[in-house]
Design a protein around this ligand. Structure first.
Ligand code: SF4
Ligand code: MG
Length: 315
């Protein structure tokens, strides 16, 4: 609710604060238990930062994150440690997030070692079970991550993330670095695990196509703001925000009714340190009018379960 994350911009010998990058700027939304919420937007729109603030891996500048009703940024260290078990993250680059000097056995077993009182033998049993659950050959647990392929390393990351039986997982570009064929295998695995373990996902990706098949609902971000939230089918059938329409037009559509025309945005993404006045999208929006420059549109309900932040939503 009203979540903000600003990063100070520091200059000079004494690190004087000369401004702030408004990575997440007053975002309110909810993720429902058991769903996959797809979060999309260009690089630098704040989606990864939002995911990290939601897990309390980064503090919030303002606003609050409630997990099952509790404001997580107000918890003490002990409560947060307990909550940590419920909320996990899967990163884009398994090689960067898995310590190369650790055996796979220890990488997957580490959260169990830190958060449970299980014996080494019991942890090893769990590691075997976890590896089998994510489709890895458990006899290879005494090997190092570099001895696995990219897709297998992402499975290691997933096994590690589910080791403590979390409820909520943020998948930050979890399949973006993988080959297309491997992407769908990992996505299928994530959907299977969701069903079996009752997981809730925040699935962060660059484009709408990347989140379409896994998401129940989708949120679109632009320059630190949530500009549209809708059910996946409704969003694809009819985007209401001009920026969503742009993202949708980037997906090739070989349908009977012909191709959707690709809309190419003019100009660069403005700096989140100095966002445009009014609607932040007005410098690139094909439909911008005078009001857009002056007045910031709020994220408002446009139809049941559908929200859009635009003065002139597409009809
Ligand atoms: Fe475009 Fe105006 Fe809507 Fe912003 S408020 S998206 S500039 S039409
Ligand atoms: Mg990112």
């Amino acid at each position: 609710r009203n979540l903000k994350k600003y990063f100070p911009i520091k200059r000079g010998l004494f690190s004087r604060v000369v401004g702030h990058v408004k990575a997440v700027d007053d975002v309110s939304f909810g993720v429902r238990e058991g769903e996959t919420f797809g979060l999309v937007g260009e690089s630098g729109c704040g989606k990864s930062t939002l995911g990290r603030v939601m897990l309390n891996l980064k503090s919030a500048t303002a606003g609050e994150v409630r997990f099952e009703g509790r404001n997580i940024h107000a918890l003490g260290p002990r409560e947060m440690r307990e909550l940590r078990e419920e909320m996990q993250i899967i990163f884009q680059d398994p090689m960067g997030s898995l310590n190369p000097r650790f055996l796979v056995r220890d990488l997957i077993g580490e959260p169990l070692k830190l958060h449970t009182k299980l014996s080494s033998a019991a942890i090893d049993d769990r590691v075997v079970q976890l590896m089998e659950l994510v489709g890895l050959d458990a006899t290879r647990r005494n090997r190092y991550p570099h001895e696995f392929s990219g897709g297998q390393r992402q499975r290691i990351g997933i096994a590690r993330a589910i080791a403590l039986e979390p409820k909520f997982i943020v998948a930050d570009e979890a399949v973006s670095a993988l080959d297309v064929s491997v992407q769908s295998q990992v996505l299928n695995l994530m959907m299977k695990l969701q069903e079996e373990l009752g997981l809730t996902y925040l699935f962060i990706a660059h484009g709408l196509n990347d989140v379409r098949h896994i998401s129940n609902r989708i949120g679109v971000m632009y320059l630190g703001k949530m500009v549209e939230v809708a059910d996946t089918d409704a969003l694809f059938a009819k985007p209401l925000h001009p920026y969503t329409q742009v993202l949708l037009s980037a997906i090739p559509q070989p349908t009977l009714r012909g191709k959707r025309e690709r809309i190419v945005l003019q100009g660069d993404v403005p700096s989140p340190a100095n966002p445009p006045s009014g609607c932040r999208f007005h410098t690139r929006c094909p439909f911008a009018q005078e009001r857009c420059r002056a007045e910031e549109p709020a994220l408002l309900e446009a139809a049941p379960g559908r929200q859009v932040a635009c003065h002139f939503p597409l009809a």
